[in-house]
Every structure is written in C-alpha cells, then in structure tokens.
Design a protein around this ligand. Structure first.
Ligand SMILES: [Fe+2]
Length: 258
C-alpha cells in the first residue's frame, strides 16, 4: 500500500488529489481507512447516485424517512433546527441519536459558493485519548454520558435523556463514543450531562477534553470545495462542523457494517 503524508501530526487522515475515489477497490479503501481512519478526496467528478452505489459495496446504506434513499442533504436551509440549519455542531459520532451503528460515513460536497466558515473537523481520538487524564477517562467509562436531542431531526424523541457508553471497543481498542456538549448559552442540537456530575464540573471536564482533542496535533479541518468527499470510519473518529453562512450543501451517506 502507498504511504501517504498524514493530515494530523499524530498520523491520521490523508488527502488524495491524484486519483478518483472510484478508481480504488473496496479492499484498497478498507486498507487506507484501517490505517488512517479518514480520507479526503478533492474535487471529484462523480454523481451522487454513483457514489451511493460505490459505497453500498461496503455494507448496508442507512435509509429512513429523514433521507432521500441513502442520502441526507444538509444545506443549512432549515433554520429552526441546528443540525439541518447552519449552526455549530460539536464533536460527535453519526448515528448515536438515530439508533444506527454507523461504520463508514461519506460526506460529499454538492454546492459551495460564497461560504464563510463551515469547515468540517475530524479528530484522531485513538491517539488523543492518551492525553486525557485517567480520572476523566474513568468517569466516562463508569458513568457514560446522557444526551437529550433538541432538534426534531433525530429519530430518538426530543426532550428525553438517552444513555451512551463513554467508550466503545473496535478491533481491540477503545474509542470515545460520545457527543460533546455545546458551549453554555449556544443554540443546541443536543444537550449532554454526565450522571452525578454537577454542571460546573461537567463543563470543566469538557473544556479539558476540547483542549486535548481539538489540538492541531489530532484535529483536521476540511475546507470544502464542490466535489470533495470526506470518507471516515465513524467508530474510530469524532467529527463536527463550524457554523456557516452562504450556500453550502453536503450529502451525507452512512454505511452500517454488519
Ligand atoms: Fe455527523
């Protein structure tokens, strides 16, 4: 397998500009995802339908009444909501509030003009976890996190708390399995708490976590162009997005690995 320079100094994420996604075999993509956890492809000449078909060789694509077939179009037009609007999304894994065990996620940029901000960020949690104080790791491991959906988008009903394990294991390693909270006072897509931990301590814990995982050592920010595809292993990374203004439409396709 070709060795690529990585997008984070910690050794994860790669950028592929010289070869279209569709020229990679399923096995080649798997080998790259296993090693690097995410791949950014620039300005691909591929149709959405072709991409969906390509991805379906990896597993079952998620479809539900929020989607058109396998595709969820995220274009910022639903302004009463945060996720389908243009608000900030803290680090999370896809599927946690949807009841889907999503393995691979693909985000494809359909439209991008006059946009400010709106970068998608993705974190190498495999290595970042080593810097998280043991006490915080233990707290998350023992108590997990409770999350309450605020947007109507989620399939899990709004205004009810749902438990999430702090870590999930894949291939013999543990990975953070949580959605980070919003900053106090921000319009939220979801609310979060750790059972038995008071609010001040909770925000202090997540400030510590934020400072570790959002460090450029572990965190890659993707500047979108039309045609870009971000492909990542949803079990081994966390991702989020900046708030944005302008015309930005992304298609999200998820693959469940069973
Ligand atoms: Fe997401």
């Amino acid at each position: 397998m070709t060795n690529y320079p990585t997008l984070t100094p910690s050794g994860k994420g790669i950028l592929i500009e010289d070869k279209p996604l569709k020229d990679f075999s399923k096995d080649e993509i798997w080998a790259l995802l296993r090693k690097y956890h995410w791949i950014a492809f620039k300005k691909q000449a591929i149709e959405l339908e072709e991409l969906t078909t390509y991805l379906s060789q990896f597993g079952r694509t998620v479809s539900n009444d929020r989607r058109e077939g396998a595709v969820l179009k995220i274009d910022g037009t639903k302004n009463e909501e945060v996720f389908l609007g243009s608000g900030f999304l803290p680090l999370h894994k896809d599927g946690l509030l949807m009841g889907n065990n999503v393995g691979i996620v693909s985000i494809f940029c359909l439209e991008y003009s006059d946009v400010s901000d709106g970068r998608t960020f993705i974190v190498d949690i495999e290595n970042a976890v080593n810097e998280i104080p043991t006490e915080i790791q233990e707290l998350l491991r023992n108590r997990g996190l409770e999350v309450k959906p605020k947007d109507q988008y989620y399939i899990k009903a709004a205004d009810k708390w749902y438990h999430m394990a702090g870590f999930a294991e894949f291939e013999g390693k543990e990975y953070l399995n949580i959605g980070f909270p919003y900053k106090r006072g921000d319009k939220q897509s979801w609310e979060a708490r750790i059972p038995g931990v008071d609010e001040d301590r909770f925000y202090e814990i997540f400030e510590t976590l934020d400072n570790i995982v959002m460090d450029p050592k572990y965190c890659y920010y993707h500047n979108w162009d039309k045609g870009d595809i971000l492909l990542f292993d949803n079990r081994k990374t966390l991702h989020g997005r900046e708030a944005f203004q302008g015309k930005r439409a992304l298609a999200n396709i998820q693959v469940v690995l069973e």
